[in-house]
Ligand binder design. Structure first.
Ligand SMILES: [Zn+2]
Length: 453
C-alpha cells in the first residue's frame, strides 16, 4: 500500500503554499536617505580582498600559533586590528579599536587547557556610552569535522566565518566613514575568537559588557553568510535566514520582525526569512551568550548551507559569493544604524482593563524614554507573524486602547526626533518587566496578580 500513500503525499505537497509567502509589516516606517546612500558603499571587491587575506593565515584555530607574522590566529587578529585602526584614521579617529582579552578553559579538549582569548573590537561611540548595539562575527576557524583540536593544519574558514568577519569589518569601515559622529547608541563591531571551541570569545565579551553595566539593545552575529549553492545543486542568492528565539519577554521575535521590516524597506529584493528559534537544530552561535543574559540576540545565516565544506579544509574562498555577502552586510548596516539611531524602547509596561467600556478596552502604560519624540502602539493577533495595526499616540506614556488585550499582542515603541523607531516592548509579556505604578483610588493596581479563574 505504499504507492497510494506516496501519491497522496505528493499531491498534498503540490498544494502546499510556499513557506516564505508572508510579508513583513512596515507600518509607520520610512527609509532614511542617509542610510540608503551608505548601502552603496558596501563593496563586494573589498569583502573578497579581506577574506582572501584571512585565508592566507592558513589556520585561525583558537589554539594555533600566535607569534608568527604570517600564520595562525595571532597574525590574523593583528591584521584585523590594523585594518580597523586604518578605518579609524580615515574617519578622523572616530573608532576606538582594542583587543578584548581574557582566558577560558577549553572544555572540549581532553587536556582542558586554559587558553588566552583575544577578541578584536572597534567601538563607534554614541551619545549614550552605556547603551550598545553589538554586531559580531567570529574570526577563528577550524577543521572540527576532522579534528576539533587540530591547530596546525590549514583551516581556511572562508565562509565559516571569514564571510561574517569581513562583513562586520566592512560595516565598521562604511559606517565610520559615513557617520563618524556616531548615533544615539554606541556600536560595537566585534570580531570574536573561540567560537568553534564553544562560543568562548562572545561569552567573554557579553560577560564584560554585563560587568561594566552596559545596556545592550541588541546583539547580532553574522555567521556563515556567503554560500549560495547547496550540495544538492540548489541555488539561493536572494534570501537570508535570521534566527532569534521568540521570547516575548526578551524580545527576540520583536528583533527578528525589526530586521524583517528593515530589509523590506531598504533591500526589497533580498528576502529576509525570520526563523523564530535560537539557532539551527543542534547548532550554536555568538548571539547565544547575550540571549542567555536576557538580551535580544539574532543570527544572520545564509539560506543554503553546504555541509560538505563546513569545518573542513574545503571551506575555500572560491566558494564564497561576495555579492551575496554584500547583500547581508547591507541588511546588517540598515538594521544596526536604524536601531542605534533610535531611542531605547520602553523598559517596562503595565495594563489595566477599562471598566467604563465594559472591559472591552484597556489602559496601557509604559515607562518614559529619554529622547522620545513620541510613541506608537502596534497590534497583532496572537497567531499573526507581524503587526497589522498602528496607533500613533503622541508623546504620552498612558493610552486608552480600543482593543481587547486578552486576544492580541500589543507592542509599544519609541519614535526619535529624526523618525527612527526603537524595538517594540510587548505589553503584558509573560515574565516581562512590569511598570510599578501607584495604585489609583478605586482601581486595581496593574501589578495585581491575575485572578485564578
Ligand atoms: Zn561559525
Amino acid at each position: 500500500m505504499t504507492r497510494p500513500t506516496r501519491t497522496i503525499a505528493l499531491a498534498l505537497a503540490a498544494l502546499a503554499l510556499p513557506l516564505g509567502a508572508q510579508a513583513p509589516s512596515t507600518l509607520g516606517l520610512a527609509r532614511d536617505a542617509r542610510i540608503a546612500e551608505a548601502l552603496a558603499d558596501v563593496s563586494p571587491a573589498r569583502l573578497r580582498s579581506m577574506d582572501s587575506t584571512l585565508v592566507t593565515f592558513g589556520t585561525r584555530h583558537t589554539m594555533s600559533d600566535t607569534l608568527s607574522a604570517t600564520r595562525g590566529i595571532g597574525a590574523a587578529r593583528r591584521w584585523i586590528h590594523a585594518e580597523l585602526t586604518q578605518f579609524s584614521k580615515e574617519c578622523g579617529g572616530c573608532l576606538r579599536v582594542e583587543y578584548d582579552t581574557g582566558s577560558a578553559v577549553i572544555a572540549r579538549s581532553p587536556q582542558r587547557p586554559t587558553q588566552h582569548l583575544v577578541n578584536v573590537v572597534a567601538w563607534l561611540p554614541g551619545r549614550d556610552a552605556d547603551r550598545v548595539v553589538v554586531i559580531g562575527g567570529h574570526y577563528d576557524s577550524c577543521i572540527c569535522s576532522v579534528d576539533n583540536m587540530d591547530a596546525t593544519s590549514d583551516a581556511p574558514g572562508a565562509d565559516d566565518d571569514g564571510s561574517g568577519t569581513v562583513a562586520v569589518m566592512e560595516l565598521a569601515r562604511v559606517v565610520s566613514k559615513r557617520f563618524p559622529k556616531g548615533f544615539d547608541a554606541t556600536i560595537a563591531f566585534a570580531l570574536y575568537t573561540g567560537e568553534e571551541m564553544g562560543l568562548l570569545g562572545s561569552t567573554q565579551f557579553a560577560e564584560r559588557l554585563q560587568r561594566e553595566q552596559k545596556t545592550v539593545t541588541a546583539a547580532f552575529t553574522d555567521d556563515i553568510v556567503g554560500n549560495v549553492i547547496a550540495d544538492d545543486g540548489r541555488v539561493d542568492s536572494t534570501s537570508v535566514r535570521v534566527f532569534a528565539v521568540d521570547s516575548l519577554a526578551v524580545g527576540g521575535g520583536e528583533l527578528a520582525r525589526y530586521v524583517w521590516a528593515t530589509g523590506a524597506l531598504y533591500q526589497p529584493r533580498f528576502e529576509v526569512l525570520p526563523v523564530l528559534r535560537l539557532d539551527r537544530l543542534g547548532r550554536g552561535g555568538d548571539h547565544s551568550p547575550f540571549v542567555r543574559q536576557g538580551i535580544p540576540g539574532l543570527r544572520f545565516t545564509e539560506r543554503l548551507e553546504n555541509y560538505k565544506r563546513q569545518h573542513l579544509p574545503t571551506d575555500a574562498l572560491n566558494d564564497v559569493d561576495f555579492g551575496y555577502v554584500a547583500k547581508v552586510a547591507r541588511l546588517n548596516l540598515a538594521t544596526v544604524v536604524s536601531l542605534a539611531s533610535a531611542p531605547p524602547r520602553p523598559e517596562s509596561t503595565a495594563y489595566q482593563r477599562d471598566r467604563a467600556s465594559g472591559g472591552q478596552s484597556f489602559t496601557i502604560r509604559w515607562s518614559p524614554v529619554a529622547g522620545a519624540a513620541s510613541y506608537e502602539l502596534l497590534v497583532r493577533r496572537t497567531t499573526d507573524a507581524t503587526y497589522k495595526r498602528i496607533v500613533p499616540v503622541g508623546n504620552v506614556t498612558e493610552f486608552l486602547l480600543d482593543e481587547q488585550l486578552d486576544d492580541v499582542w500589543v507592542g509599544v515603541r519609541t519614535v526619535g526626533a529624526d523618525g527612527h523607531r526603537s524595538l517594540t516592548t510587548v505589553i503584558g509579556a509573560p515574565g516581562g518587566p512590569r511598570l510599578a505604578t501607584p495604585a489609583r483610588r478605586g482601581a486595581a493596581s496593574p501589578t495585581t496578580p491575575a485572578s485564578p479563574e
